[in-house]
Design a binder for this molecule. Sequence first.
Ligand SMILES: CC(C)(COP(=O)(O)OP(=O)(O)OC[C@H]1O[C@@H](n2cnc3c(N)ncnc32)[C@H](O)[C@@H]1OP(=O)(O)O)[C@@H](O)C(=O)NCCC(=O)NCCS
Length: 181
Amino acid sequence: MAFKSASESQITMSLLMTPEHSNFGGKVHGGYVLMLMDQIAFACASKHSGNYCVTASVNKVDFLNPINVGELVHLRASVNYTGRTSMVIGLRVESEKIQTGEIKHCNSSYFTMVAKDDDGKSVPIPGLIINSESGVRRFSRSIQRKDQVLARAERFDENEFQAEEYISLIEGENLQLKLKR
Ligand SMILES: CC(C)(COP(=O)(O)OP(=O)(O)OC[C@H]1O[C@@H](n2cnc3c(N)ncnc32)[C@H](O)[C@@H]1OP(=O)(O)O)[C@@H](O)C(=O)NCCC(=O)NCCS
């Protein structure tokens, strides 16, 4: 299977934020921004893999700054990690106040996308050619993030979970413990 560099599938998209996507507070809906992020992640993953892709997971979305109606939103997507059939797409969203050129970082997120064939079966994708230290950083960070997610899922598996081990962790939090044993 061939290898490809991230620059071959990197995508940028800019959109003007219009009033129909605003919430009651006059800012752009977070859900609308998430949809745009999913679209650009899909486009980037499909371009890298040469296949239709689905979103397997999103990790994670912090809304750092609100986006105002009338601002220009810039979304950038590139492949950070390649597994066998899955890819992690790194996304960065910025807003620009058109009149002044002021840029705000609105969020960064990581979408795991899986390539599918026409029968809906997961299919192998090209690996990533890494030619910079920041590429090494992004790839390794994706592996670590994946390992941490797996470890957490195992630790909190409902069949394995031991509540006693966590009592001291939650004591002192905003709760009343009334365990029925
Ligand atoms: C996610 C999905 C593709 C996994 O498919 P599957 O047949 O169970 O595939 P596998 O277990 O073989 O996993 C395929 C790859 O996806 C990865 N993967 C599966 N679930 C994942 C998750 N929750 N998070 C991150 N990666 C995941 C696996 O690690 C594997 O990666 P690799 O091939 O690079 O090693 C499948 O569950 C699916 O189609 N989900 C629905 C997706 C969808 O509809 N998205 C839109 C939601 S509206």
